[in-house]
Design a protein around this ligand. Structure first.
Ligand code: ADP
Ligand code: MG
Length: 159
């Protein structure tokens, strides 16, 4: 089942707040794919999510290390291991295996956030939450969430 909602943000802070909301909705095993051009706000959205999940350290795109790991905590109090991957610099799908990508997309316990998921070609998990970020002006972004996670109550962005 697929279900998409859209919101417009007009500042970095609003996108971070949207990420903070998303952080309240995640569950173990979720894979969040962040699709959008450079500067669209993928990392900003991630920062908001990680803030909700109690990750204190500042978070940038893990562009040079591909995957950053953070120990987080769900609103329920349960601990969750969060992996934040940025596939921008991978040069071919054969590189995916070298950093354990196939294990990461198949971990029922953790949370995986992926920037530039299109670099993985067809190697996407069967279920995911797709967030597309589009430029709609210098400080304006159109953010579309398509929940293909299969949960009973799909995530809807607050309007
Ligand atoms: P990405 O990870 O997609 O490359 P970043 O989140 O690192 O993008 O950067 C987004 C940039 O766009 C930041 O410089 C931020 O200040 C700016 N920006 C302007 N308006 C917005 C907005 N509405 N939402 C998110 N970022 C915005
Ligand atoms: Mg980024």
């Amino acid at each position: 089942m697929s279900d998409a909602t859209t919101v417009i943000t007009t500042s970095e802070e609003q996108t971070r707040a949207l990420g903070a909301f998303l952080g309240t909705q995640v569950r173990p095993g979720d894979v969040i794919l962040l699709h959008g051009d450079l500067g669209a706000g993928k990392t900003t959205l991630t920062q908001g999510m990680l803030q909700t999940l109690g990750v204190g350290e500042s978070v940038n795109s893990p562009t040079f290390i591909l995957v950053a790991e953070h120990a987080g905590r769900l609103p329920s109090g349960d601990e969750i291991l969060i992996r934040h991957a940025d596939l921008y610099r991978i040069t071919g799908e054969e590189q995916l295996d070298s950093f354990g990508y196939f294990d990461l997309i198949d971990d029922p316990e953790g949370l995986l956030i992926v920037e530039w998921p299109e670099r993985a070609g067809a190697h996407l998990p069967g279920r995911f939450i797709l967030v597309t970020l589009e430029f709609a002006g210098e400080n304006t972004r159109r953010i579309i969430l398509d929940d293909r996670s299969g949960r009973d109550q799909p995530i809807h962005l607050p309007s």
